[in-house]
Design a protein around this ligand. Sequence first.
Ligand SMILES: [Zn+2]
Length: 365
Amino acid sequence: MSKIAYGYKRSPDNKQLLPDENTAPVVKKIFQRILSGKRICEIAEILNTLAIPSPSKYLYLQSGGTKYLKHENARWYANTIEHILENPVYTGVLIQKKSSTSIFNGNKKVYLPEKDWIMRENAHIPLISREEFDLIQKRREGNVKKTTEVNLLKNKIFCGKCGAFLTKRKRENSRYFCTSHTRIFKDMCNIAINEKEIKSTISKIFDKYIEMYADISDLALKIYNSGKYKEKTNRLKKQIAEKNKELTIINNKIAELYEDLKSELISADEFEYIKASYSNECKKTEECLSQLEREYQKNTDIKNIGRKLKGIISKINKSKTDDKFIFPLVKSIVVYPERRIEAEFVFDNIFSDTLNYLKGWEVSE
Ligand SMILES: [Zn+2]
């Protein structure tokens, strides 16, 4: 049997819904308040202040505290109110077969498309008129469209005081703000910033990056063309060739050792002893070789640095004028009091790696 909508209870004969004397007045009040222009979160706050049990808590209380234990302290939230505002059951409509159970699906509930729902009008006493209900839906549709604009900073923008994600509201200038103060730390965080300001700050940061990258790009090019660079490349090449040669020699020695054992020139004990020493030597040389190869790789990477940086600069330049590009480049933003911003960008790693690498070079003019 499905759960009964908050505000109703089953009739004694279990054939229809009756308004629940405890909760029906609450539902009516919610509809009235929204019609009079109150906001959803304001309504939730009022209900919490008045200590009116939320739908989940009401279930818990009705069970005499034996069921729904996790709802013992459930409060009213914006989405609790939203569920009520959107449920046509309150206009007296009975909706059946919103879900059906299928044996082909392991008896899981399967939700049917809306066209397959069976709607019965005037099935029970309404708590709101159809006209008012429709009016609310129409108004909300307008709001929802406005507020569901894609949040490109989702999970990327934090409060500098408590570390919580900032919430975006399209209303109020697309403002990002910390909601912790309403939930946990009352009056502690009043962090808020609007999108326009974030964009202009990032744009300023980008200008600095472009300047720095341009310098580094030049520097990389200078290094690449320097005698010192070519010298290092050649030295590494030579060292790698030498280590490879050493490795071949050791491997040959080990092969010879097997031959010596086979022709009984050495004893099994001697064989093991010498082989262990060769193996050790072999391992050391291999380690040395792979380190040299890594260094060589890094050294030759400088060829690509200039090109890579050029790509990033053009991307940043483009971002400055197109909103769609700015935010995807952001890794994280922390907003502190006085709207001070600290930002990390997705290209920061390339930047710091490059800087670290270039530090090792001194280029004479
Ligand atoms: Zn906060």
